[in-house]
Design a protein around this ligand. Structure first.
Ligand SMILES: [Zn+2]
Length: 409
């Protein structure tokens, strides 16, 4: 099954590509594709974005048309908000080759604005469309935009295979790594996609009392974290999965993702106990810095920061900053490799800045590198990775080079 991951403008490269890398680590029936560029969204005036002081702020995942029925007025607004988001999915579908084979509902934007005669009629109509319609591939929109009611996962009532996932507001719960909740929800959405014909059916099976199962309804973020930490499926839901004849590959994929996230979260919890280094991989032509055992965690260094870092990686014995000039040739080679599209002039300019005596540019890059490792790994663990040393003395990276691996593609 082809799964396109797309995003709105505020979703960082780091999160977007990070999720892609994470999801691709596991063997499964899915092939993930990225859209190359971020999508724009115009949030209409009438859409109310839920503010943090609103009591509904934490409500992240809710199934439409069942159990919970919001007042009619807010429901209409919410539908518009969702439609704005799904319009991006549909626009994206239009831009891909397969569009013709998809349903004409996609080309009819007016339908989204047709008069709302009554909610019941509309719901019934949507339901019919939904049952009739299943897209040939899945499009998941990652978006930083809160939607009305601030749901965490949205299921398009008009087209099975359109989903959105809200990416903001997780920092507090996941030590600054929102990839885990986002990837968890991608994996669980993919399984639910296979299990249920429509959101209403799914709603009937959700657990409205959290029990640490994938099917927990989850009123707030801390409950979602329970799902992530247990990575479990309760016996009831296991029976359901059996009855739905979900393929082995699919199940394995979902459980592998969940299990890995669980492991990472537990690992993060024990940071202060586990201060030892974990292996580092310098990956691909652009020489990305990745920690494979931490779920392919990428340290998002800019090309110039990366070049400086790679130079120090090459010299376990350390480098005196005053002697940077001696490493100019080597640094030039690295810069050419990590930023192949930069002109000669640009690279020579950077080199001059980095290698001049008492270079500000160099110390600035070094402190940014340190900050990025600190942010990703916590102070205790980042000690092994960033460049450090006494003023005027040898600066080096402590990492045991047995932990270092290069992979060229
Ligand atoms: Zn369950």
């Amino acid at each position: 099954m082809l799964v396109h991951l797309i995003r709105t403008k505020g979703v960082s490269d780091e999160l977007y590509f990070g999720c892609y890398e994470f999801l691709n680590q596991f063997v499964g029936p899915y092939s993930f594709e990225l859209s190359d560029k971020p999508r724009e969204i115009t949030i209409k005036d009438e859409i109310r974005i839920v503010k943090p002081d609103d009591p509904r702020y934490d409500i992240k995942e809710k199934i439409r048309y069942s159990q919970y029925m919001p007042p009619a007025e807010s429901k209409i607004q919410e539908r518009k908000s969702w439609r704005d988001l799904f319009r991006i999915n549909n626009k994206y579908r239009k831009s891909t080759d397969d569009f013709d084979s998809q349903r004409n509902v996609l080309s009819d934007d007016n339908q989204y604005h047709s008069s709302f005669e009554s909610d019941e009629a509309l719901v019934a109509e949507d339901r019919l469309d939904y049952i009739r319609t299943e897209a040939p591939y899945i499009v998941i929109l990652l978006t930083e935009h809160a939607n009305h009611e601030n749901w965490f996962v949205g299921y398009d009532p008009n087209l099975k295979g359109n989903y959105f996932i809200h990416t903001d507001g997780w920092d507090h719960f996941t030590s600054g790594d929102p990839r885990y909740p986002v990837c968890y929800h991608i994996a669980s959405t993919l399984l639910k996609h296979a299990m249920f014909d429509n959101p209403e059916e799914m709603g009937n099976y959700m657990h409205y009392q959290s029990k640490g199962c994938m099917m927990d309804f989850c009123q707030n973020k801390s409950e979602v974290m329970l799902k992530l930490r247990t990575a479990d499926v309760c016996p009831e839901c296991q029976n359901l999965i059996r009855a739905k004849k979900i393929t082995h590959m699919q199940l394995r994929y979902t459980f592998d993702v969940m299990e890995d996230i669980r492991r990472q979260l537990l690992f993060k919890d024990r940071y202060d106990l586990l201060r030892q280094a974990t292996p580092m991989l310098v990956k691909g032509r652009s020489q990305k810095i990745v920690l494979p055992e931490m779920g392919m965690l990428q340290i998002g260094l800019s090309p110039t920061e990366r070049a400086v870092y790679l130079l120090f990686l090459n010299h376990p014995e350390g480098i005196r900053l005053a002697e940077m000039g001696e490493y100019k040739g080597e640094l030039r080679g690295i810069l050419n490799k990590v930023s192949p599209s930069d002109s000669r002039e640009t690279i020579e300019g950077q080199l001059e800045n980095l290698c001049e005596y008492n270079s500000n540019s160099l110390s600035e890059k070094m402190s940014r590198i340190k900050r990025k490792f600190d942010e990703k790994l916590g102070a205790a663990m980042s000690e092994h990775y960033y460049i450090k040393g006494p003023n005027g003395g040898l600066k080096k990276i402590d990492l045991d080079r047995n932990y270092l691996q290069y992979e060229d593609n």
